[in-house]
Design a protein around this ligand. Structure first.
Ligand code: GDP
Length: 139
């Protein structure tokens, strides 16, 4: 089924000019970038986005990091896009990321792991709506 997922190219990757290389991996995996915008996340936006983790020990560092530089928010579309993009990203901890995945290729650390991708179709809809209106998405 054609699906959409939210991707974020994180500050560690924008800082190293990796947007194009990451987009190439995404497109080669058969996912289409149907919405894309470079923004600076506000603290409120980052706290809301990662609200599910607010009791975790890494929450403060994560919010600090996500607001430390520009990010590229993207809507990806394709067959089973949510799970497909999770495969393409690789494991959350880059030490465990499979060869050829974005995190294995580019991540700097657990926090600086280069990309975000939604983990379910429901969360994808919610996350997309935090950054995009339908008019910003051209399939
Ligand atoms: P994701 O869906 O693969 O991005 O992983 P999660 O939603 O579980 O976590 C969100 C982000 O928080 C991850 O991408 C990591 O950057 C960071 N994170 C998660 N778990 C840890 C951890 O145990 N230590 C640190 N330092 N960061 C973590």
């Amino acid at each position: 089924m054609t699906e959409r997922t939210l991707s974020i190219i994180k500050p560690d990757a924008t800082r190293r000019n990796l947007t194009g290389k990451i987009n190439a991996v995404i497109e080669e995996a058969g996912l289409r970038i149907v919405g894309q915008r470079r923004i600076r996340m506000s603290r409120a936006q980052a706290e809301a986005f990662y609200g599910i983790h607010k009791e975790k020990p890494f929450f403060g560092e994560l919010v600090e990091f996500m607001t430390s530089g520009p990010v590229v928010v993207q809507v990806l579309e394709g067959e089973g896009a949510v799970s497909r993009y999770r495969e393409v990203m690789g494991a959350t901890n880059p030490a465990n990321a499979a060869p050829g995945t974005i995190r294995q290729l580019y991540a700097e650390s657990f926090t600086g792991n280069s990309v975000h991708g939604s983990d379910s179709p429901e969360n994808a809809r919610d996350e997309i709506s935090q950054f995009f209106t339908e008019a910003d998405i051209v399939g």
